[in-house]
Design a protein around this ligand. Sequence first.
Ligand SMILES: Cc1cc2nc3c(=O)[nH]c(=O)nc-3n(C[C@H](O)[C@H](O)[C@H](O)COP(=O)(O)OP(=O)(O)OC[C@H]3O[C@@H](n4cnc5c(N)ncnc54)[C@H](O)[C@@H]3O)c2cc1C
Length: 364
Amino acid sequence: MLNIAVLGASISGLAIALRLQSSGHQVSVWDGRRSFSASNAGWLFNHSSLAHLRELGIDLADMTHRITSGEQIPHHSKNAAAHFESISTHGIRQQVLHDRLLFKLGTKNIHLGAQFDEFQPQQGYIVKSARFLDGREVFADLFIGADGVDSKVRSVQIPGPQLRPLNIMEIRGTTTVPELPRELVKSFKLYENNRLGMNVYLIPTAENDISWGLQIDLNRHPLKEFHSNGKLNEISASLSEFPKLVRRCIPASSLANGQIRASKDQEFPDRFHRGNVVLIGDAAHPLTSFLGQSIDSSLEDTQVLGDMIDDLSRGNIADLETCFTDFIRQRRPILRARQRFIRNQESALKGHLAVKNQNSVVTL
Ligand SMILES: Cc1cc2nc3c(=O)[nH]c(=O)nc-3n(C[C@H](O)[C@H](O)[C@H](O)COP(=O)(O)OP(=O)(O)OC[C@H]3O[C@@H](n4cnc5c(N)ncnc54)[C@H](O)[C@@H]3O)c2cc1C
């Protein structure tokens, strides 16, 4: 069995830690945050992710909303709406998934306030320990970088071009309604308005919860003014150009409490690994967009890499290099397809491109 240090304790980090711990590996998890803060975001994730989580001992069936259809609706009728029919996906709040992973894993081997800083090399690209800004250090056979889009692990061990900001900002939140609107029962909606430079998505994530997000083109809504009341009022007023359903689901008060995050360019690094360090989740493949299936991608990484590390430790895979190379060979094609899909969406938001029906790309 291997001694494994996971750097980053969000969905990817917790899921891989749980997966590896269940095979008997000795796993520790390290995160820069001082505490786990609550997230209001909610996303789609597919049925196979739910099944994978069940294998890890987490049953979320009664904490998600089953979704069987969806619509991507452009503002201009000349752009065709995309209908997602007979899909098998679920709406879930990120916090629910995070809390359940944490509960199952237990907090014994999770170290907070540990901001990864550098590796101590042993030989070539093989590292013997990771050091944190507060002076702590962890020794391990294998290091997994699950530290998100701005991954420090990636920049230290697998340097490549920096990710560019996309000039797209997201405001996200969740609203609880007395009764789920009929249009959202088992269905998600994505409304696009490239004249305003704004998309709005609505996802039912539990019985009466609707998670929503606004994707905003910062070329038309500059960042520096974003936190001002005036700008929020302006954005709130823009919602009147969307269907009534949007205004029902995103009252002005919940907009003010929304979480704000910037999207980065989704360029993948050339490699996901070097020596005994491997990247997973957003650190490896930033797919930070609605319909980008980032959560699915993180959980798939967990499944594939977990199986390969088990095979490695049982002697069924010759060495670490083969293990990680096979991992990437399996993962790249589907990740690339999702990347293409997201880029197309972002171009559409900025008014560069008519949205086409892209149903076939996503395996929702
Ligand atoms: C703007 C935006 C919009 C998104 N929209 C969607 C969406 O609509 N649908 C969807 O499926 N997904 C979306 N995502 C992606 C989703 O947030 C992630 O896929 C999901 O949270 C899992 O990511 P992760 O665990 O790989 O990384 P993250 O959630 O980013 O977690 C990284 C963890 O690493 C820790 N960390 C960072 N640096 C260090 C360090 N130096 N040392 C130690 N710890 C560190 C952080 O504290 C954090 O806990 C979006 C992401 C962004 C940024």
